[in-house]
Design a protein around this ligand. Structure first.
Ligand SMILES: C[S@@+](CC[C@H](N)C(=O)[O-])C[C@H]1O[C@@H](n2cnc3c(N)ncnc32)[C@H](O)[C@@H]1O
Length: 251
């Protein structure tokens, strides 16, 4: 089962049904950066857009927004979601981030939230002085949980993904690249809420190690989850420590 199959089965990237509360300890906001850099004349490309949930709900007014994803099922969902909004400047289509087929130098801003990137492809697609705005999930995300299970996303990566993206962007030719560690605490109301997250997001899944269908619904040992919950229950809920990173890079 490949990463593509995983997202084809997920079909959307909507977590609004999970009862949780988040507390951000870093003064950096992905959408705040997007609003700061976009104008009504901007052409924006959103890579790995999922079911278009964030483009439709959180993106600023712009001349044109193209949301792309390598999963046809995600793009189907995005087009269904688009019908609920009266937004003619937004288009969704299938594209692999690692093989970007867009006009060179045609976007003012490229966004990528929690998805893989090709730094050179992004550099080529941006207009001169254009911006990449990115948020990623870093190696130490949910580390206590991953350590308990001895596995998970990026668990065995020798180098944090944030460093790899940072260096790749510099190598691609970006002139200003800023990398910001993002520290967040999430509090899940019940065990069921935490399980909904773990069954949907690939936190305990390492795609490089996935072998066969059964691993796609990760094999989550309930006794380990119960141990985690016992050790991490606070008065605000079940604590999950998140480690993201933000990048703003100018061409
Ligand atoms: C974790 S979801 C994030 C969705 C959305 N950007 C958000 O922040 O909610 C990752 C998305 O990236 C897409 N994706 C993963 N690898 C990709 C690739 N090589 N090319 C295009 N999309 C990809 C997946 O299909 C999925 O929709």
């Amino acid at each position: 089962m490949s990463e593509l199959d995983f997202y084809e089965r997920a079909k959307n990237w909507d977590f609004s049904h999970i009862n949780m509360y988040e507390d951000c300890m870093t003064d950096w906001d992905y959408y705040g950066e997007l609003y700061d850099h976009a104008t009504e004349e901007s052409r924006i490309l959103d890579l790995g857009t999922g079911g278009g949930e964030n483009v439709l709900k959180h993106f600023p007014k712009a001349k044109e927004i193209i949301g792309t994803d390598f999963s046809e099922e995600m793009i189907k969902t995005a087009n269904e979601n688009l019908k609920k909004y009266n937004k003619e400047n937004i288009v969704f289509r299938v594209m692999d981030n690692l093989n970007m087929d867009v006009e060179p130098e045609s976007f003012d801003i490229i966004t990528a939230r929690h998805t893989i990137i090709d730094a050179k492809g992004i550099y080529n697609a941006l207009k001169p002085n254009g911006y990449l705005i990115l948020r990623g999930v870093d190696k130490l995300d949910c580390w206590a949980l991953k350590r308990l299970f001895g596995k998970g996303q990026a668990y065995n990566d020798p180098k944090p993904i944030s460093f790899i993206d940072y260096e790749d962007l510099l190598d691609a030719g970006f002139k200003h690249v800023e990398l910001i560690p993002i520290h967040m605490r999430e509090y899940y109301k019940t065990k069921e809420d935490l399980m909904l997250l773990l069954y949907k997001a690939p936190i305990l899944t390492d795609f490089s190690e996935v072998d066969g269908m059964k691993e796609v619904i990760p094999n989550i040992d309930e006794s380990l989850i119960d141990k985690y919950i016992t050790e991490n229950t606070t008065e605000k809920g079940i604590l999950l420590i998140r480690r993201y990173y933000g990048i703003v890079a100018q061409k």
